[in-house]
Design a protein around this ligand. Structure first.
Ligand code: HEM
Length: 147
């Protein structure tokens, strides 16, 4: 029984890390797409192409990776009793912030579809620091566990 539980834990963790990588890759790519998208003229064929690329990235990579990373992460937390540990609370706060960022990016994509371009290329490039900072904090929490 112990063997089954430890194998389940290892497979869950491997799957969790794989889908976190997919999720993070998508989070780094999408704002870059927005920068290139906004360089295309409104209503041009290139504009339509970027909208389609962003939609595909969200549908095929970002949303499925977010869901699977969450499901496997929560299963790991349940299996290890992480819910009562300080490092996990900080990690959870950072992951919720990343999830909110993801939802905001999805909204920005829809706004681009309506022809709204509320941020400059420079602002979008700066926003691209968000997933990197959150990922560094999360990895320190899960590996170093300072609390
Ligand atoms: C989506 C919600 C998430 C939940 C609920 C969650 C939860 C967990 C839990 C409970 C563990 C197991 C820790 C242990 O072995 O005791 C874990 C491992 C891990 N998580 Fe997450 N996580 C999430 C997202 C993320 C994100 C966004 C990242 C990175 C950016 C990440 C990186 C990792 C890594 C690297 C490990 C392996 C740590 C190790 O044991 O060496 N997780 N996660």
């Amino acid at each position: 029984m112990d063997w089954v539980l430890s194998m389940t834990y290892l497979w869950l963790k491997a799957g969790h890390i794989v889908f976190v990588i997919f999720w993070m890759a998508g989070l780094f790519m999408l704002p870059r797409y927005f920068v290139y998208h906004q360089e295309a003229a409104e209503g041009s064929p290139e504009n339509a192409l970027w909208l389609e690329r962003e939609g595909r990235l969200l549908r095929i990579i970002l949303w499925p990776a977010l869901i699977v990373a969450w499901v496997l992460g929560l299963a790991l937390a349940w299996q290890t009793g992480a819910f009562s540990q300080g490092w996990f609370h900080v990690k959870l706060a950072a992951v919720l912030a990343l999830t909110a960022y993801h939802v905001w990016l999805s909204g920005y994509h829809k706004a681009l579809g309506r022809g709204e371009r509320s941020l400059s290329g420079k602002q979008l490039r700066m926003l691209n620091e968000v997933p990197g900072i959150a990922a560094a904090l999360i990895v320190i929490m899960v590996v170093v566990r300072p609390f």
